[in-house]
Design a protein around this ligand. Structure first.
Ligand code: 3NM
Length: 548
């Protein structure tokens, strides 16, 4: 029954030398079936019709044994001859309406789409499922039209969700460059809750080389199947529902406890940061009780990621070489499940930085993204939102923060929307910081204006937060709030000192106070947070600023 097809692991075949090699396709597909693929599409753009039919018959026999539907790419005549379950049609193939006339209602017809328009037409013409792509560049198919990334897929899913009934019901798989390293992240991010209660998500992933090109095909398919049914290591846990996150006394207790955990566990703080702040960041890490390493070499990231510390990726000097190293480190930390904080310094200031941000967001999952107002707006755009009714933001000049553009309510809305889409924590810094995991949002007004006059204060806040998140990974939002409070209350204490005359004398005093605050909390000289300026924002209204 075509309505009961399981699209979760959709295999597309490839008979070329580069992928299949000298192996026999039918035997390879048999292995993939044993590994657990749920649909097989026979795709062969070069063989003669006679050979196509012969192979399709053999494939159909194997697929039937496993109760898996066989779909033929492009060739309706071959599907009819073999009597298999359906066809898959690209944009240059026979159109879906014509194919439906020939195949009848019981057969499955799938269509390749890479835009909202193509999706709309494919639904109107009666497709049963859509193959949405190209997700990532792939050497398997050279003539792909568009690389649309996660955001392109999200836009099409969002359109399908908001269109008429047939669109809501249509099944979807995504395709292009999916493999064991990225499949969990791709599905995790595409299943992000949107603003509605039952958002449309993908029903499966379609892969070619990750299975057909594997040395052990059965094992590769089985591994993908397991990965699809297990949450990724980096998945954020949802806070327990009986936890009153709006209680400031609970928040203080947790924040003080988190400071002690950083002190006792001394987590590794791996900083891939710009030259300007390396020294300061290492000193801050030591003062709060973390163990810093300033390594910009992505090749050593897999070893460092095993130490279960936190990684800070600071886009301050986003050269192509740095980005390549970042990508290696992101893969390593995502695989280990350890937190990564992204600091998209200057995002929005130049088109190169915008591109760099897109590249980084496509490279992996970030536990927390922190930035000033303009940077987080650039993140919202890179995440696929259109910013509407944007006030005159003006061109960003340097990487300093500038004045607030939006009201507190609007900022709360922006961070919570982006966090809920990315399924992470988003922090927008400013005189009042706003932080959210999409469900819980806080405004924090601690800190001191000297912080804004010191180079690297934003970057080193990132260092602090990442150490806190790796020490207390069970609730990343709460860990980040604890880190911010340690940092900003130490800044207040430093600014109060009589020996502090301005931003210059502030710096050494600040490092002293970071250390002093940590020790005072550990020794329980500080047991309550006097001067806490945190406001839980329970009802973040839709400010209508971000459109999907
Ligand atoms: N169709 P791999 S991409 C067959 O974008 C195909 O429509 C695509 O191969 C599309 O899993 C693609 O090896 C190849 O990256 C996908």
């Amino acid at each position: 029954m075509k309505n009961q097809v399981d699209y979760s692991l959709y295999l597309v075949t490839d008979s070329t030398e580069a992928i299949l090699g000298s192996r026999d396709l039918v035997e390879v597909v048999e292995k993939a079936l044993l590994g657990g693929v749920t649909v097989v599409q026979y795709r062969d753009k070069t063989s003669d019709t006679g050979d196509l039919i012969k192979t399709a018959k053999a494939l159909h026999e194997r697929c039937r044994k496993h109760n898996v539907p066989l779909i033929i790419n492009d060739r309706v005549d071959v599907a009819l001859t073999v009597g298999c379950e359906g066809v898959h049609l690209g944009q240059d193939d026979m159109n879906v309406t014509e194919a439906r006339k020939l195949l009848g209602d019981d057969k499955i017809i799938g269509a390749t789409v890479s835009s909202i328009d193509e999706a709309r037409i494919a639904v109107e013409r009666g497709s049963d499922y859509l193959g949405i792509g190209t997700l990532y560049a792939t050497s398997t198919k050279k003539n792909t039209k568009d690389i649309i990334g996660i955001n392109g897929i999200r836009k099409i899913l969002h359109y399908l969700h908001s269109a008429e009934e047939a669109s809501k019901k249509i099944k979807t798989v995504c395709i292009g460059g999916i493999n064991a390293l990225n499949v969990q992240r791709v599905t995790y991010q595409l299943q992000a809750p949107s603003d509605s209660s039952n958002p449309k998500s993908i029903d499966g992933v379609a892969v070619v080389s990750a299975i057909i090109g594997a040395q052990d095909v059965e094992q590769a398919a089985a591994n993908l199947k397991t990965l699809l049914s297990t949450p990724p290591n980096f998945a954020t846990s949802t806070p327990s529902s009986n936890d009153d996150w709006t209680s400031l006394s609970t928040l203080q207790t947790k924040a003080l406890a988190a400071t002690k955990v950083v002190h006792t566990t001394s987590p590794l703080s791996h900083n891939m940061t710009n030259l300007v702040v390396q020294n300061f960041a290492a000193s801050v890490a030591l003062a709060i009780g973390a163990s810093p390493i300033m390594s910009n070499n992505g090749v050593e990231a897999p070893d460092l990621a095993k130490l279960r510390g936190g990684l800070v990726i600071n886009m301050g000097t986003a050269t192509p070489d740095a980005l390549h190293n970042h990508r290696l480190a992101i893969a390593a930390y995502n695989a280990s499940g350890s937190p990564i904080l992204l600091d998209p310094v200057g995002a929005g200031a130049t088109s190169a930085r915008e591109e760099a941000l897109g590249y980084l967001l496509a490279s992996g999952y970030f536990t927390l993204i922190k930035g000033n107002e303009r940077e987080i707006l650039a993140v919202a755009q890179a995440s696929g939102f259109t910013v509407v009714a944007k006030k005159e933001a003006g061109q960003q000049r340097g990487v300093d923060s500038g004045d607030a553009i939006y009201t507190l309510e609007q900022r709360a809305y922006i961070v919570s929307r982006v966090a809920s889409r990315e399924r992470n924590v988003v922090l927008m810094t400013g005189a009042t910081d706003v932080i959210s995991d999409g469900q819980r949002t806080y405004a924090i007004s601690n800190g001191h204006s000297y912080l804004g006059m010191v180079t690297g204060s934003g970057c080193t806040l990132g260092t602090t937060i990442s150490a806190y998140m790796s020490a207390s990974p069970e609730d990343k939002l709460m860990a980040a709030v604890a880190g911010i409070l340690h940092y900003e209350m130490a800044a207040e204490a430093a600014a109060r000192r009589v020996d502090v005359q301005g931003p210059g004398t502030f710096i050494p005093a600040f490092i002293d106070e970071l250390y002093r605050r940590r020790m005072d909390i550990v020794e329980e000289k500080i047991q309550a947070m006097d001067g806490l300026k945190v406001e839980p924002l329970s009802n973040v209204a839709d400010a209508g600023l971000l459109k999907e």
